[in-house]
Design a protein around this ligand. Structure first.
Ligand code: CIZ
Ligand code: SF4
Length: 304
């Protein structure tokens, strides 16, 4: 038998005694994806968390994602490997700023990307993910102004797709902006037959240079369905682990070697083990924030 990593063995034993499940985002390190019960995008993970009968969820991703799991499963214990794994984009807007924007645009519907704190979601009308942002915006009557927060690049992508004029905010993902259109051009030259996929958090020149602009969940299905043997990947590097595992016959080339989210990489197997041992650090939210964020998430789930 192959010798097993003692940390992995302890994680698996504790998972049983704690009646816990481990959820991992597509951008987590490979070792965490391998011990997880389910790997997916933030919404898939939160919906999985809400369906499971396990009382304890160890959420391996960044803070706002674990908050969403808590909002959808308020009676469960949601722990994370490390509270310092935040998201700079999500930190670019506060609930006070949303209230100030609303005061300036009282007619506007506030559409909030899930990459935001639960407190910001609670100030919003409806949430969206990168997978359903276009459908959510299309569901809003054409005469209503839309305030789209916090990601300006996802917002610009939605504008191009829907032809609607959105009031955009200035947030962005510091990881995805590292990918340049020149990176795509260089890799296309080396791999002329490759499929190029990019995330809508990338600025327009990169999105426009890609064959497919998609959320990580749709990237996974597009790659599975494509007959291209080589894929140039324009998103966070952790995604390549998931894609390689699901498509062992295909070759994956990162568009940019530095598209690595430091926050996603704060989580390690050891910290995951300690979270299971201590059932800490735990995500805690006020009832008010849970109710408000839940309303905006439920509206999204009704539409998509
Ligand atoms: O919502 C998510 O999980 C993120 C941040 C990326 C994606 O497109 O799946
Ligand atoms: Fe935030 Fe970007 Fe990291 Fe996602 S990849 S957690 S949006 S900084």
């Amino acid at each position: 038998a192959v010798a097993r990593d003692p940390v992995v063995e302890r994680i698996e034993a504790l998972k049983k005694s704690r009646e816990a499940i481990i959820l991992a985002h597509n951008y987590q390190i490979g070792e965490i994806q391998e011990v997880a019960d389910f790997v997916g995008d933030s919404l898939e993970l939160s919906r999985y968390a809400a369906r499971t009968s396990h009382p304890v969820i160890v959420f391996c991703g960044v803070h706002f994602m674990a908050e969403t799991a808590k909002v959808l499963s308020p009676d469960k214990t949601v722990v994370v490997p490390d509270l310092r794994a935040g998201c700079p984009m999500s930190d670019m807007i506060t609930p006070e700023e949303v209230r100030a924007l609303r005061a300036r645009h009282p007619e506007a519907i506030v559409v909030t990307y899930v990459n935001s704190s639960a407190a910001v979601k609670a100030e919003s009308d409806i949430c969206c993910t990168s997978a359903n942002a276009v459908a959510i915006v299309n569901s809003i009557p054409a005469d209503r102004p839309i305030l789209f927060i916090p990601d300006r690049y996802l917002g610009e992508y939605v504008q191009r797709q829907t032809g609607r004029d959105l009031l955009l905010y200035s947030g962005f993902c510091p990881t995805h902006v590292r990918i340049m259109a020149s990176d795509i051009a260089r890799e296309r030259e080396s791999h002329p037959d490759a499929l190029v996929i990019a995330h809508p958090e990338c600025p327009a020149p990169v999105a426009e240079a890609a064959d497919v602009v998609a959320s990580t969940s749709r990237m996974a299905s597009e790659v599975r369905l494509s007959d291209k043997k080589t894929v140039i990947v324009g998103t966070e590097l952790g995604m390549i682990h998931r894609l390689s595992r699901e498509n062992p016959e295909k070759t994956f080339i990162p568009a940019c070697q530095t598209c690595d989210c430091a926050n996603m990489k704060v989580n390690s197997l050891e910290r995951l083990l300690w979270a299971l041992e201590d059932l800490s650090p735990e995500i805690r939210l006020s009832d008010e924030v849970i109710a408000g964020a839940r309303r905006a998430l439920d509206r999204m789930l009704e539409v998509s």
